[in-house]
Design a binder for this molecule. Structure first.
Ligand SMILES: [Zn+2]
Ligand SMILES: [Zn+2]
Length: 159
């Protein structure tokens, strides 16, 4: 069963090796899943293509279908978080469980993390909950990233 290399040391003391985290989440440990967890955590809100690239760098050729399956399993288990800004493709990240939000650039699509001002979900209260039991408010702050802001003010020919 020990098909997976665990030679990499964990980043922090309380962080389990990826294989152990998979086991603890009740998931079967596969090389693809371990590579995927590593890739998503190393990456910065990667899209599916970026995730596939990172997995292939680690374990060799893997089909896109296998990457999708692993993403689905890890997302469902709460080890990976999926965000999907409107009009964009899904992004994946390893920072989970802290209800952080995202800043998204309308121009280049850059995504950055921002801590939740309240700290826990749901961090917004609707004027009227209409009888719903709410557990989360999805917050995305839209605007221009620093680079795109600088570009749009320095070049007035662009809208
Ligand atoms: Zn931008
Ligand atoms: Zn994030």
């Amino acid at each position: 069963m020990a098909i997976v290399s665990t030679s990499e040391t964990p980043n922090t003391a309380d962080e389990l090796p990826p294989a152990d985290e998979l086991r603890r989440a009740g998931l079967r440990v596969t090389a693809v899943r371990v590579a995927l967890l590593d890739t998503v955590r190393d990456g910065d809100h990667l899209g599916v293509e970026g995730v596939a690239e990172g997995v292939r760098d680690r374990v060799g050729h893997v089909s896109l279908q296998a990457v999708y399956e692993a993403l689905h399993a890890l997302t469902a288990a709460g080890l990976v978080r999926r965000i999907e800004p409107a009009g964009g493709s899904p992004r994946f990240e390893g920072r989970v469980g802290d209800n952080h939000h995202h800043l998204v650039c309308r121009s280049c699509g850059a995504v950055a993390d921002v801590d939740c001002a309240v700290g826990e979900a749901p961090c917004l209260t609707p004027a009227d909950d209409r009888g719903f039991t709410l557990d989360e408010a999805e917050v995305i702050y839209w605007g221009l990233c620093a680079d795109c802001s600088a570009r749009s003010t320095s070049s007035t020919s662009l809208t």
